[in-house]
Structures are given as structure tokens and as C-alpha cells.
Design a protein around this ligand. Sequence first.
Ligand SMILES: [Zn+2]
Length: 282
Amino acid sequence: MKNLLFPILFAFNILIIQAQIPSEEFDKTKMEYKGSKSMQAKMLMRHVDIWGKINEKEAKLDVTYLELLNSSIGITKEQLQKHLHSKNITNNEIGGDINSPISHIIVGNKKVFAKYFVIHDVSSPVYKTDFPTNINDESWSFNNVNKWSKKVTHVYLTRTGKSKTVADFSEGLRATKFELKILGVPSRGLYVHIELVQPRVYPPGNIKNAPVAPKPGFTNAQYEKLALLYICSSFRKGEWLVPAFHANIDQNLNDSHDDPQNFETQKFTDNVLKILLEIKKT
Ligand SMILES: [Zn+2]
């Protein structure tokens, strides 16, 4: 969530790598990024390095996951509901009732349901030098979901895997510079937003923003719940959403962000595939 502005570094990236810049690949007539869903995911899931630098030309995504992205949802409402019941998961943990449709925008005169699942980190709280040793335990107070209530996302997800809905997935919400400053109100409902809890520390020296994230960046409990949120939101659309990182959406825009840091894409897609198998067995 921290604002970072490094025009020189960004300019350097463009010259050397000439990778696609998502905001320049967006087709406003269709209200989506150009290319197939796989191509979009490879552009929007590029790894975000420290200071929000994006050095990957395209994300290395699991082949089985890419096949899934282009296939139908493949699970029934009964299967998903049974799975949620068996794990005692409430609607408040998963962005709302899976029976109600996901948010939508209007393109032409047509309703178009959300297309993108945006992954953020909260970049807070910020510590001066070191992380407390208990950031992945219940005893760390920021793992209490009640700490998080600002409606700048649909769902908050703590490091112990607890989640809380602050805006139902059926509600349109804008949370990136691209939505707020470039696309404007017509984009409200196109993106679904998830904030993962992740603290930061300052690097040595005298710098305004805190860029240093823990390693690993997120816990297995976070990847598992994030995968479930992805499945539930996609189920409500009736089609797989394209996952994206905030920093990629806002790349090269003023005040672009650096989140999520130290995200391991393979852990996310592994969990999506694993949970889907569990749901099918339910
Ligand atoms: Zn963000």
C-alpha cells in the first residue's frame, strides 16, 4: 500500500526490458487487457521486487493452472457449499454468499461481471529495524481480523489464515490508481480486491517508505485461504478470474505501489489446484 515513486528506475526498466505495461495494454472498449486470459495472467502476475520494480518479462505460471484458467469452473454449487460447511467457513470469511453474483460493470448496454482478482499486501504495520518474532502467530495483534476494517478492499486476510469481508464481492470497489485515476467510475466492479496482512521494516538509512518485507512474504495459511477466495469469487462469476498483482496494475503510474512483496506464485496456484481436488472429492 505504500506509495513509491522511482521514475528513474522505471525508465531504466523500460529501456532494458521493454516488457508490456499493463495500463497501456488495456482495451477500454472491451474493458479488459489485450490477449488471452493466460497472456493477461502472465503480464499481471509478474514478480514484484523491492521498491515495486518489475523485472520479469512475463510471470512463470504453473502449466496445469494455465490450463485451468482457460477451462470451465468444473465444480457444482453443492460441492462448494459442502466443502465450506465441512470446514466451518462462514460467508463473512469468503467475500459473501456464493449464491449471489459477483460485482459487475456496464459495457455498452451489457452487464459484464468482474474479470480480475487483485492481490495486495497491506504493507503495515511498519517496524524500525526488525520484525517481531511472532508475526505468524495468533499472539501478534495484527492477526486479529478486528484490527482491519477500512473499506479499501473486499477482504482482509491475516497471516494465520483468518479472513474478514469488508465489502461483499457483489459490491463494486476501486482500489488501485488505475481504477481511480485512469478508468474512473465505469470501472467500479471490474476488479475484486484482497489485502494480505504483511508488515514492513525500514532499510538502513533515512528513507520515507518501508520497503522491506518478511521472507517468506506470506504464510501457507494465507496462500490456502487466498486460493479459496479465488475459487469462491470465480465461482460467483461462473468463470475463472484472471489473477493480478496491484503493482502490475499500476506499473508506471504516478505513486505506483510495491505490493505484494515476496509473493510466491507457485504456492498460490498449487493451493488453487489442491483445494479444487478437495472440493470435487467432497
Ligand atoms: Zn495494494
